[in-house]
Write a protein that binds this ligand. Structure first.
Ligand code: T3D
Length: 264
């Protein structure tokens, strides 16, 4: 029987996905990648799901690639094709997170290392327990940041900090990660899941399509000059302006009532 390497629960409009290999700090195997991608696709396809929380079982969030995964072994003892593993698993995961039709919140309950850290940073908002930490572990084993790290880190914290974190591989405590703007919020350990759920519930009641387009506009604008970004805003705003949620939001404001959004 296939093991549940990713647990899926739903509370209201919030889907929580829990990485579930606690004995190996939820490090990624090929099998866990497949289950995670399937779970994200399922959440994306269900209209009733309006926010996703990802977290880890046990004391860790995710320790990156499982360095013992049989998928990394080659029959003749030759070096593994790490690039192929990235293309097969990490790039699709990073792109899936960034194209979700609803906000994705990482609730980082413990150490997030290597691709586990960059998987979290690729999410829309990162809430971390005070005891959690982030490690760009790649340099210690002769690799470069992956799972989007080379793109995400300098954009989140600037080149000086990005290269410092990536080259040293030093552990960055959650409080410091919040202080330098790498994550959204650091909270007491006991408050982690309540804080993440409160944030997810708030976002789930908001206009999902506009939130997903906000992510897309910020990502796309980062590659553009000012004029191109203004044109992008006009194009996207034009489409949103014709959609249900804008009419509903504006009507609800005028009528002094709570809006009911449905676009996705
Ligand atoms: O194909 C590719 O490789 C390309 C993709 C690369 C992406 C990457 O993510 S590369 C980076 C891979 N990750 C790492 O190098 C991190 C390795 N882990 C650590 O450095 C430490 O475990 C931590 C700093 C994350 C946590 O340290 P600590 O002292 O809290 O825990 P621990 O005792 O080291 O780990 C607990 C258990 O988890 C332990 O198992 P055991 O001895 O109790 O049976 C340990 O072996 C296991 N574990 C932790 N990380 C991994 C792992 N097992 C396999 N792979 C891991 N990455």
């Amino acid at each position: 029987m296939e093991q549940d390497l990713v647990l899926s629960t739903t509370q209201g409009a919030v889907r929580t996905l829990t990485l579930n290999r606690p004995a190996a700090l939820n490090s990624f195997t090929g099998a866990m990648h497949k289950q995670l991608l399937a779970a994200l696709n399922a959440a994306a396809d269900e209209a009733a799901v309006r926010a996703v929380v990802v977290t880890g079982a046990g004391r860790g969030f995710c320790a990156g690639q499982d360095l013992n995964d049989p998928e990394m072994a080659t029959a003749d003892g030759a070096p593994p094709d790490v690039g192929a593993v990235i293309e097969r698993h990490y790039a699709p995961l990073a792109l899936r997170i960034r194209s979700m039709p609803v906000p994705v919140i990482a609730a980082v309950n413990g150490v997030a290392a290597g691709a586990g850290a960059n998987f979290a940073f690729g999410c829309d908002l990162v809430v971390a327990a005070r005891s959690a930490s982030f490690i760009q572990a790649f340099s210690k084993i002769g690799l470069i940041p992956d799972c989007g790290g080379t793109w995400l880190l300098p954009r989140l914290v600037g080149r000086a900090r990005a290269i410092g974190l990536a080259m040293t591989g030093d552990k960055l405590p959650a409080e410091e990660a919040q202080r330098i703007g790498l994550i959204w919020q650091c909270v007491d350990d006991a408050a982690l899941m309540d804080s993440a759920m409160a944030l997810a519930t708030k976002l789930a009641a908001m206009p999902s399509r506009a939130l997903a387009d906000t992510r897309r506009a910020l990502d796309d604008a980062a590659q553009m000059d000012y004029g191109q970004a203004l044109a992008l805003e006009a194009r996207m705003q034009g489409a949103l302006g014709r959609a249900h949620d804008f009419a509903e939001g504006a009507a609800a404001f005028r009528e002094k009532r709570a809006p009911v959004f449905r676009d996705r």
